[in-house]
Design a protein around this ligand. Structure first.
Ligand code: BGC
Length: 810
């Protein structure tokens, strides 16, 4: 077995460069939610409390974890920035509580593992140590160091395999947190709340505390988190992040929130297209913080210069000026459109852009554009994408709640853009929310009259084949039989085999059986907040490789004997090799930068690490829509808005795939919006809603950036497992969006009581992951029983071999 893991643990140039980029992204993704003169701060004495002070959460748990040399905590970041922390005794006491709690928690699960069963993995995935809130803060602790300023860090860990709850200590603050915050607001002249979560949280219990001078949504910032926060708190960097999801005041404001995760078999998407701000704005419910919102230390004006129409393209130019005196900063400009007619959302984001750093008095002209397809809706009765007749209002501003109308687009007759066929109609009509958008069109705005004759209707040809196989892949397969094909239709399991190329920490590998015939295996590794690899591994003389550290935190639950038996290597028996990667901010924070250029640079940086360690396929970006604030994997997703999601994913894809042979995987296709019951639940969604909300981000990313791989979701869509859905995996992906990459299943999503392996391949899946001998055998049996045709296996294998040849591995 060969590997590119290094033989020394020396810090490399690449690590330093990427760490600097991680810091830049982290700093730019922080959102300042409130500031009544509390910030910025001069480094001085500071009282630091809260679970995240020293146990700062840098990312979520599960497959999205990243293993790095070191994560900078908030305490470290502040100390490095020359703050003097006066509350070390509280922090140390907290440390002891944390460790004790963790030990008890692990021991409970370790006992369960003494009798492993088939549900073990799911149980472990669902287990996340809930950080204690610490002791009540005392008067003595306030007096201890004589600090005037207090920072309280409110943290929540969330992750794969389980959702949060609308309960104290989860979505809500618990009594200790509430009391401590209340206490600190009256005992310190300057109180700052820092929120270290992967998704919004309910702040209603502390909303009336006037002593809160500033609220910072730090999110989870990756390995440079503490440093980035200190930079923002001191004003070294000026906040420019904007929310990528709305923050509801209370959970009861979330549409149909009471039904979330309750039914093991079915989740009806009753809110329809009204997700996030589309709901709050249309139904007049004020969120605590609106989508697109975020403050700065300086002020900006956004002056609309002009809006023009060129055939189907609308261009808006604006001049953004820094009108403050003290800080240089960036501003985000957002363009929304309100569409007329029944059952349309109040507004939707159609374009956005971010300025460079503007110094006081400096200005920049931004040109934003969108095509009229951004106004379209899907008519399920006619299976058409169309722009309906009427007047559309364009608004420009710096948040969904702060816009000015600037122009009107006039469409004098319905324009049918695309004739589809309905692909995934819900089995029963879903009783969806309806809203009648009574648009008030101001009469003093310029009108852009669209020449509707310049459009032609595109009718999808579902039979067209868009595959484009390399000569190399076709000739590599010369003489292959059904048995050969089938070897490529499944991966080789989580730990691979003792042959071929190996990246320690890879969670999947393509077949190693044809290396002698010149078809290498490729390695698949997780993301999205970096490349999840093993930091240190043991390379044995017989070629085998085993980890030296726990590459995913759920291994912590394993008793030592199991770890030694199954997971960990023995450094005395082989050579220790190293792979140090970068922990970037979580996707939810990257989206908050609203900076696609930055997302592309992160993609490039990830790609360099992929090349460095030989990863062919990165299992990211994750691009499900944030439907509900309780979803445990929200941290891994970009936004509640499909445009922001799609643009971020496209930029990341471009960054990664700019390096020949390195590929992304868009995941989880599709409507995987909850972790509870993810293996059994069917998301029941109308086709219009799928097309306008849940598929849109995938469509944008595929059409703009042509990614080479996509992963199906665990759940069912309208009654059929996503991996078993031909309309999804073939008609939509290939027929409509002309996707040319491979389709893989999510890990262990096939088998008894899950998606069927053979049906997956028939439906357009190309590789079952992580696969293994059993899957290969299942497919052979299905073939022998006449349930899987050679042509389906050949097609899948050819696609897999095609990507292997494109990856061009040794
Ligand atoms: C997750 C995927 C991940 C895969 C491999 C699954 O549990 O849903 O997002 O890529 O594991 O680790």
């Amino acid at each position: 077995m060969i590997t590119r893991a290094k033989h020394t643990d020396q810090v490399t140039e690449l690590e330093l460069t990427n760490k600097a980029l991680s810091l830049e992204a982290a700093t730019e993704g922080i959102v300042l939610l409130k500031n009544n003169g509390g910030l910025p701060l001069e480094p001085s004495k500071i009282a630091l409390f809260g679970s995240g002070a020293q146990y700062t959460i840098h990312g979520g748990s599960g497959s999205g974890e990243v293993n790095v040399r070191h994560n900078v905590t908030i305490k470290e970041g502040l100390e490095e920035a020359e703050f003097e922390i006066t509350t070390n005794s509280w922090i140390e006491r907290y440390d002891r509580q944390w460790k004790k709690g963790k030990a008890a928690f692990l021991s409970k699960y370790r006992k369960k593992l003494l009798w492993p069963n088939s549900k073990m993995w799911t149980t472990l995935m669902a287990a996340d140590y809930k950080y204690p809130s610490g002791d009540l803060i005392t008067e003595a602790e306030v007096r201890e160091g004589g600090a005037d300023t207090c920072i309280y860090v409110l943290s929540r860990k969330s992750g794969e395999g389980h959702d949060c709850e609308d309960a104290a200590g989860s979505f809500r603050l618990d009594m200790t947190e509430e009391q401590n915050i209340r206490f600190c607001t009256t005992h310190f002249a300057n109180f700052i709340l820092v929120i270290n979560t992967g998704s919004p949280i309910d702040l209603s219990s502390i909303e009336n505390l006037s002593g809160i001078k500033a609220i910072v949504y730090m999110g989870q910032l990756g390995m440079e988190g503490g440093r980035a926060l200190a930079s923002m708190l001191t004003g070294k960097s000026c906040p420019s992040g904007k929310l990528a999801v709305s923050w509801p005041k209370k959970y009861k404001d979330v549409p149909f929130g009471q039904e979330f995760g309750k039914d093991a078999s079915q989740a009806d998407y009753k809110e329809g297209i009204y997700v996030g701000y589309r709901y709050y704005d249309s139904f007049g419910i004020k969120p605590r913080y609106p989508f697109g919102y975020g403050l700065s230390y300086t002020s900006f004006t956004i002056e609309h210069l002009q809006t023009t129409l060129d055939k189907d393209c609308v261009g808006c130019s604006v001049e953004v000026k820094n009108t403050g005196n003290d800080f240089a900063g960036k501003e985000v400009v957002q363009v929304y459109v309100s569409c007329p007619g029944e059952d349309r959302e109040y507004q939707r984001l159609v374009a956005f852009d971010k300025t460079d750093i503007l110094h006081p008095s400096q200005s920049e002209t931004l040109s934003l554009s969108f095509t009229l397809t951004a106004l379209a809706t899907y008519d399920e009765k006619k299976a058409q994408t169309l722009i309906s007749q009427g007047e559309y209002l364009i608004r420009i501003g710096n948040s969904s709640d702060n816009t000015e109308p600037v122009a009107i687009i006039c469409i004098n007759k319905d324009v049918v853009l695309t004739q589809h066929k309905n692909l995934c109609t819900a089995p029963n009509k879903i009783a969806e929310l309806k809203h009648n958008n009574k648009l008030q069109i101001p009469d003093n705005l310029p009108k852009l009259i669209v020449d509707t004759d310049c459009f032609t209707t595109h009718t999808i040809d579902y039979s067209a084949n868009h595959d484009n196989f390399s000569e190399k892949s076709l000739s590599a397969m010369h003489g292959f039989t059904a048995e050969d094909y089938v070897n490529f239709c499944a991966g080789t399991g989580m730990s691979g085999e003792k042959a071929g190329f190996r990246t320690p920490g890879a969670v999947g590998h393509t077949s190693t059986a044809y290396i002698d015939k010149g078809i290498a295996n490729i390695e698949l590794c997780d993301g999205p907040a970096g490349v999840r690899l093993e930091k240190r591994a043991v390379h044995y003389p017989d070629g085998d490789i085993k980890s030296l550290d726990l590459s995913i935190s759920l291994y912590e639950f394993f008793p030592n004997f199991l770890l030694k038996l199954l997971v960990l290597g023995n450094p005395k028996k082989g050579k220790v090799v190293y792979q140090y990667v970068t922990g970037f901010p979580i996707e939810a924070v990257v989206a908050q930068t609203w900076n696609t250029k930055l997302a592309e640079r992160i993609g490039k940086a990830v790609s360099q690490e992929m090349s460095e360690f030989g990863v062919g396929i990165w299992l990211a970006p994750a691009i499900n829509i944030v439907r509900n604030p309780l979803c445990g994997r929200n941290y891994e997703y970009y936004s509640e808005d499909p445009l922001l999601t799609g643009k971020m994913a496209a930029a990341t894809t471009k960054g990664v795939e700019a390096t020949k042979g390195n590929f992304v995987t868009l995941k989880h296709f599709c409507v995987n919006n909850q972790e509870t019951y993810r293996y059994t639940v069917s998301s029941q969604v109308d086709e219009r809603v799928l097309r306008e909300i849940y598929w849109k981000g995938f469509e944008i990313a595929i059409k703009e950036a042509h990614p080479h791989s996509i992963m199906t979701a665990y759940n069912k869509l309208n009654g059929t497992y996503c991996a078993n859905n031909k309309q999804l995996c073939t008609d939509l992906l290939r027929g409509e969006w002309e996707f040319r990459g491979i389709v893989m299943t999510d890990w262990m999503s096939t088998g008894k009581g899950k998606a069927d392996e053979a049906m997956s391949i028939q439906s357009g899946v190309d590789i079952i992951m992580p696969g293994g001998k059993e899957d290969v055998q299942t497919l052979i049996t299905a073939h022998n029983e006449g349930k899987l045709s050679v042509s389906d296996m050949q097609r899948a294998a050819t696609r897999v071999i095609n990507i292997i040849t494109l990856a061009d591995r040794p």
